[in-house]
Design a protein around this ligand. Structure first.
Ligand code: SF4
Ligand code: SF4
Length: 134
């Protein structure tokens, strides 16, 4: 049976109705993002430990450098090893022994989408081939 829910034209809706719709859609977006982050964590864990050749190829497309924002250390939850410097940058408490998935973040373009634009890395579409010297 089809849903009988009717939507009023925007101009006839009360402020409370619009606010509640906006909050609902924000909650849905948040749930979707958290689901993507959970998938991303599992994907990176598996890939960085079991698919090293593919990781090398993926990282060849990465450009830029880390701004130490720490956003990748707060995906889903704040990592207990994350430390904040007085200047706002972040520090890993186990830097030399951090897991491969931390060491290599971000590996693909979609990893960046999980940190809501905080990451200063970016990806090019395909590797640049150097031409033969004439
Ligand atoms: S182990 Fe270090 S690099 Fe990895 S999430 Fe925690 S603080 Fe960040
Ligand atoms: S999100 Fe990107 S820029 Fe920020 S700490 Fe992680 S790797 Fe570095």
């Amino acid at each position: 049976m089809k849903s009988a829910r009717k939507t009023k034209p925007e101009r006839h809706r009360t402020f409370e109705e619009r606010l509640s719709d906006r909050l609902r859609s924000r909650k849905i977006e948040d749930v979707k993002l958290r689901a993507r982050q959970a998938q991303g964590k599992i994907r990176r864990f598996v890939n960085t430990n079991l698919r090293k050749q593919e990781m090398v190829a993926a990282l060849a497309l990465r450009r830029g450098e880390c701004n130490r924002c720490g956003a990748c250390c707060e995906l889903l939850f704040k990592c207990p090893f994350l430390k904040k410097n007085p200047d706002g940058t972040s520090l890993c408490g186990i830097y030399d022994n951090r897991p491969n998935s931390c060491r290599l973040f971000p590996i693909e373009k979609r990893d960046i989408q999980e940190v809501r634009g905080s990451c200063s890395y970016y990806f090019i579409e395909r590797p640049i081939r150097l031409g033969k010297a004439s």
